[in-house]
Design a protein around this ligand. Structure first.
Ligand SMILES: *Cc1c(COP(=O)(O)O)cnc(C)c1O
Length: 365
């Protein structure tokens, strides 16, 4: 065992935390990503020392030199996960080891150091523990946890940095899309792609999001909630939304989802839905699905449902698809039966209200 795996977190409690009454007000209807807890986790890495200086400390602005390399070359990755309050009052995470592993796959792709899995898990558990009172009690509420790492070295040369900062912040959140699981409309981007073969599509890096924003803005201009990207080579195969994976439900009850070939982010929600569908005996194919086929199948009725999935919004039905070639509606434009069932099943497991045969829920305290 090397020194890094034995690192322990120093706990520096906030000297002036948000008073309980003010906190209650802030978390009553928090929306998404605006209300933050009192603390954060922080660990440093340098080429000489490896991982060191692990602590839980007061959340505060970080001072950065203007030459910090992340500000120039975008060496940055992140994760997104939730801490839930279970039906019996306990607090739990959902498959956090999967986030730890994916974080390291992203790190490898971006030429950044891997973080020992144990350190990742401990940073989250310690932060959730100290800020547990920030978990909203309202239905759909959770603590959204955002681990991230960036190149902090003060250097303008182009090469992997020699210093990094790993941080975890937490945000009290309500339901992601206003109006709950209402069906969303999506815009097919014909001008922009998200990821190309050999690129960073499978890494959870900030740069992917930066590149998606102009397409997302077009979606909004066209009256849609989200953008869907096609493959970069042929502009034919449906890949995913800016931050969610897609599933298609056929009239024979089978499902299709685009395969993981390096241009799609391997969602943990996606993987969980695949497992739950297979538990039910549903035939799920991970195979390419063309945009023209999507339209034809929606129009003929061969396609019954489409849904998007990800940690933030869990499972969200897609009602309408819009492109320069016109609109098409999926099913009756609302929430399909299988979409609803899989959503209820997944949320039921996450909230400790249903059996958890795969052992996905990790109780903390
Ligand atoms: C994070 C993310 C997802 C969803 O992953 P989950 O692990 O299910 O939250 C899907 N697509 C993209 C591009 C993402 O960044």
């Amino acid at each position: 065992m090397d020194a890094q795996t034995k690192l322990t977190f120093a706990i520096e409690e906030h000297g002036n935390p948000v008073p309980a009454s003010e906190r209650a007000e802030r978390i009553a209807d928090p929306g998404f990503g605006r209300v933050f807890t009192d603390h954060m986790a922080m660990v440093r890495w340098s080429k000489d020392k490896g991982w060191h200086d692990a602590k839980i400390t007061a959340r505060r602005p970080i001072e950065m030199d203007p030459a910090s390399s992340v500000l120039h070359y975008a060496q940055e990755i992140f994760e997104g996960m939730k801490a839930y309050r279970l039906a019996d009052g306990a607090t739990a995470l959902f498959r956090p080891e999967e986030n730890a592993r994916r974080f390291n796959r992203s790190a490898t792709r971006m030429a950044m150091p891997e973080l020992p899995e144990q350190l990742f898990l401990e940073s989250i558990e310690k932060l959730v523990s100290i800020d547990r009172e920030w978990i909203p009690t309202a239905e759909g509420g959770a603590l959204y946890i955002r681990p991230f790492m960036f190149a902090s070295e003060v250097f303008l040369g182009v090469r992997p940095a020699h210093e990094y900062l790993y941080l975890v912040i937490a945000s009290s959140v309500g339901a992601y899309f206003k109006g709950g699981a209402k069906a969303i409309s999506i815009w097919v981007s014909e001008d922009y792609t998200r990821a190309a073969p050999g690129g960073t599509g499978a890494a959870k890096c900030g740069g992917n999001y930066a590149a998606s924003l102009v397409a997302q803005a077009q979606a909004i201009e066209n009256g849609c909630d989200q953008v869907v990207f096609l493959d970069a080579a042929e502009h034919r195969w449906v890949e995913e939304l800016g931050g969610m994976n897609l599933f298609f439900v056929m009239e024979d009850g089978s499902m299709v989802t685009p395969p993981l070939k390096g241009t799609i982010l391997p969602g943990i929600t996606r993987e969980s839905i695949l497992a739950l569908a297979r538990d039910e005996g549903i035939a799920v194919r991970e195979e390419e699905y063309a945009i023209d086929q999507w339209r034809a199948d929606a129009e003929s009725g061969r396609l019954r449902e489409t849904f998007a999935c990800g940690t933030a919004a869990v499972v969200t039905p897609v009602g309408t698809v819009r492109s320069s070639k016109g609109d098409f509606t999926i099913g009756a434009g609302g929430t399909g039966q299988l979409t609803q069932r899989l959503r209820d099943r997944l949320v039921g497991i996450q909230r400790g209200e249903q059996a958890d045969p795969h052992g996905w829920v990790k109780r903390l305290f």
